[in-house]
Design a protein around this ligand. Structure first.
Ligand code: AQP
Length: 349
């Protein structure tokens, strides 16, 4: 696409809203699970036409923990196919791979130089992820700075994320404010947008731990988007609940399992709490609850799985869609990274 066309696309996008920009990312770090879908992807699809949206497959972030190169390549394409299959439309939003736009790695370095190490060492995700590793990479510590660069390069106003990423968006705000203070107004200070429902889907085997891609190989932990209906049914049947029989929303940690199942049902059916509870008024125990939740999940995911297969059958077209996304992303982020460099005193070529 020519620059003039890109500018036109951006202007059109601005026309449909007051120019508010949205940025969000997802790592190709394993099998995409129901939490990623309900906490992030579903909302991206529903709101893609409202503002100027940038959705990024953050492959550089995936490198912060060990990855098999061939698997990473496969997972990256697979994730792209899944995002398009879920309904992201390249005519309405920009979908691209982070490493296709070198401005992201550059911004990370530049922002590293204004970020105190202490800010990074207190990140909960860093503490959790580093606790289980023999050797911790510098990249894992630096993960939130790369994320800050991703967001700030697009003059982003809103960052839709799950609850687990709230702290990283707070850090991004701190980094942006510090940079603006040191070098003059450069960055928009972004806000995390956290959906009330779907924000935290918990593991089916342990409702006190969030569902995660990197644990999707653990039996009974996650529902993967590409699981077939039988597998999904089995996962829900195995879900941990409690020894009672009351099907209602509750803050009681004892009932975290039932709460999680109801939360999944609620976000998919878009019903209110009372309506959801009423749907289960005639249920005969948790067995019934599990079967009915599995049913709505299967109905939601089946068409996505089918479209996914079609995208994976035409990798050439998939790559072309991603190249178009990278071009659109670069049209915004390359001038921005030049502005950052210039502010910091680098001589532009
Ligand atoms: N369990 C979850 N409930 C709600 N939202 C979730 N997200 C992740 N898990 C849940 C949201 O999915 C988006 C993409 O996440 P990511 O891939 O960038 O990283 P993550 O948050 O670390 O996701 P995972 O699945 O736990 O991946 P791994 O295991 O690789 O670390 C984000 O918006 C996230 O909030």
């Amino acid at each position: 696409m020519q620059t003039s066309e890109l500018q036109q696309t951006n202007q059109e996008a601005k026309g449909k809203d007051s120019g508010r920009r949205v940025f969000s990312g997802i790592q190709p770090s394993g099998d995409v699970q129901l939490g990623n879908y309900l906490g992030a992807i579903k909302g991206w699809v529903e709101r893609q036409a409202e503002k100027t949206n940038f959705f990024c497959i953050v492959d550089l972030h995936a490198l912060t923990v060990g990855q098999d190169p061939e698997e990473l390549r496969q997972q990256t394409r697979s994730l792209a196919a899944m995002l398009f299959a879920a309904g992201l439309n390249p005519d309405k939003c920009t979908v691209f791979i982070q490493s296709h736009v070198p401005a992201h790695a550059e911004a990370c370095w530049l922002l590293n130089c204004v970020t105190p190490i202490g800010w990074l060492e207190r990140m909960t995700q860093y503490k959790d992820k580093s606790a289980n590793q023999e050797r911790v990479s510098a990249g894992l510590l630096d993960y939130p700075v790369l994320m800050a660069g991703d967001i700030l390069l697009y003059d982003t106003h809103e960052v839709p994320v799950g609850e687990d990423q709230r702290q990283h968006v707070e850090l991004t705000r701190d980094i942006a404010a510090r940079f603006n203070h040191l070098y003059g107004e450069t960055f928009v200070i972004p806000e995390a947008v956290i959906a009330e429902v779907g924000a935290r889907v918990m593991g089916l085997n342990d409702p006190n731990m969030k569902m995660s891609k990197s644990f999707s190989h653990v039996r009974g932990h996650a529902v993967r988007i590409l699981d077939d209906p039988k597998e999904i049914e089995r996962s829900f049947k195995r879900a941990v609940t409690d020894s009672g029989n009351e099907i209602r929303f509750s803050d009681d940690p004892e009932k975290a399992g039932v709460n999680n199942l109801l939360g999944i049902y609620k976000v998919i059916t878009a019903k209110g709490n009372a309506e959801v509870e009423a749907d289960f008024a005639d249920a005969r125990g948790y067995g019934d609850l599990k079967v009915r939740v599995a049913e709505v999940v299967i109905n939601e995911l089946t068409p996505i799985r089918q479209r996914y297969m079609e995208f994976m059958d035409d990798v050439g077209e998939l790559d072309r869609m991603l190249a178009r996304g990278a071009e659109q992303a670069a049209a915004v982020s390359v001038p921005k990274v030049d502005e950052i460099k210039s502010r910091m005193g680098l001589v532009l070529p």
